[in-house]
Design a protein around this ligand. Structure first.
Ligand SMILES: Cc1cc2nc3c(=O)[nH]c(=O)nc-3n(C[C@H](O)[C@H](O)[C@H](O)COP(=O)(O)OP(=O)(O)OC[C@H]3O[C@@H](n4cnc5c(N)ncnc54)[C@H](O)[C@@H]3O)c2cc1C
Length: 388
């Protein structure tokens, strides 16, 4: 079989949606994914997919109905509390089809089912991308030493630390100053019923004094419980903290005594009863000034590879899916003979969307981690006529 002209790095939301759209248009591709198989996925949690971006892309790909069957519309319900446990804002989430939630795993599953299985190379961690010596095609080097060449376009959809990005920019994501530390409240935990009564089908966020505690229901009725803190970038790499993340009792004691001593028990009980494994996510964002590179023939970046952002605007996956849609549309419009033209037009559309998302997320982060939070956040919601 001839080598497909297009290689996609990463089988995350953006890479898989692009693959699906190429399938729809009869264009072949190869996906290189570092995970060893379809059920191993590094990150869990839930994502809200918006009508005007993420759902628009899923519709164009012909998978919106499958998405709707798996999405949780009742999960749009959201409460924001202050550190004393007072509800500052309660949204009942009845704005119809606007922002339903889907587990990251379910989104990946449904997209995986929609693409050519033989086109996915699992256990294929990319080490580097380069132009071939005659400069006509692109080559991909895997960490196992194998090289795959002959591609006319490599699409970096491999997340925040993309191996394709250095072909378009020297810029790197910068640390936001914040971490999320995640744990789980499984349905089997004796405290689960209390959390269920407090949080329900949606999510709860308590914020104040520059800190956050959130709980979000997942499809299997477990809750994902997150702590948001200002921590040094390498916090989880420091030996004492790496050990702490592996010792549930010590971890919870440290969090409660060091960070949340004066918070209402209604909220801190969430931490007290959470189970591991505990994971640390240092949060990064691409500097917005970097989002203006000149088109580099043979390379396109989509999703977090192009514009990783802190998650405070809840737009990351939506922007990623929208990128895949716009790149696919340009490839179809320009044809395989003019992939550089397609990428150039896609980039013109992507840059302003990405910059707006990163700026919005930064502004939301400032409000959510403010000393007097959730005051500013509630004021913004109220200005839009949404109140508790
Ligand atoms: C803690 C946290 C919470 C978030 N919450 C939200 C939210 O509520 N709403 C929202 O919209 N967004 C949220 N996001 C952001 C969202 O997860 C991302 O924007 C989205 O997943 C981007 O999709 P992607 O396909 O571009 O990249 P990814 O989802 O990162 O997928 C990249 C894929 O590439 C693979 N890969 C990586 N490196 C290599 C390599 N070298 N070789 C081969 N394969 C590789 C990975 O295994 C993965 O499958 C959150 C992010 C974080 C960290």
């Amino acid at each position: 079989m001839a080598t497909p002209l297009i290689a996609i790095l990463g089988a995350g939301p953006s890479g898989l949606l692009l693959a699906r759209l190429l399938t729809v248009h009869g264009i072949s591709y190869t996906i290189f994914e570092r995970d060893s198989n379809r059920s191993s996925i590094g990150q869990g949690g839930t994502l809200d997919v918006h009508t005007e971006t993420g759902q628009l892309a899923l519709k164009a790909a012909g998978v919106l109905d499958v998405f709707k069957a798996k999405a949780r519309y009742d999960a749009q319900r959201m409460q924001i509390l202050d550190k004393h446990g007072e509800v500052a804002l309660a949204l009942d989430g009845t704005d119809g089809e606007g922002r339903p939630e889907i587990d990251r795993r379910d989104l990946r599953e449904l997209l995986l089912d929609s693409v050519a299985q033989e086109a996915i190379r699992w256990n294929a961690k990319v080490a580097a991308v380069r132009r071939s010596s005659e400069n006509q095609t692109m080559e991909i080097e895997l960490v196992d030493g194998n090289t795959h060449g002959g591609f006319r376009l490599v699409v970096g959809a491999d997340g925040s630390w993309s191996k394709a990005r250095d072909l378009v920019t020297t810029a790197q994501p910068t640390y936001s100053g914040y971490h999320y530390l995640t744990g789980t409240m499984p349905a089997t935990n004796p405290y689960h019923d209390t959390v269920s009564a407090l949080v329900g089908a949606g999510s709860l966020m308590a914020t104040g004094s520059g800190k956050q505690i959130t709980a979000q229901r997942l499809t299997d009725n477990n809750y994902s419980v997150n702590i948001g803190l200002s921590l040094p970038e390498n916090w989880s790499k420091q030996p004492g903290n790496a050990r702490l993340l592996n010792n549930a009792t010590a971890y919870k004691e440290r969090m409660l005594s060091e960070h949340f001593q004066d918070w209402a028990p209604k909220i801190t009980d969430l931490i007290k009863h959470t189970e591991g494994p505990f994971r640390a996510w240092p949060l990064y964002a691409m500097p917005v000034e970097a989002l203006s590179w000149s088109t580099s023939p043979g390379i396109a970046l989509i999703g977090d590879a192009a514009h990783t952002s802190t998650p405070f605007a809840g737009e990351g996956v939506n922007c990623a899916l929208h990128d895949a849609l716009q790149l696919a549309e340009q490839i179809v419009k320009h044809g395989l003979e003019d992939l550089t033209g397609a990428v150039a037009e896609y980039e013109k559309l992507m840059f302003p969307r990405a910059i707006a998302m990163i700026n919005e997320s930064e502004a939301n982060g400032e409000m959510l981690f403010a000393e007097d939070a959730p005051k500013g956040f509630v004021e913004v919601f109220s200005a839009y006529g949404m109140s508790g």
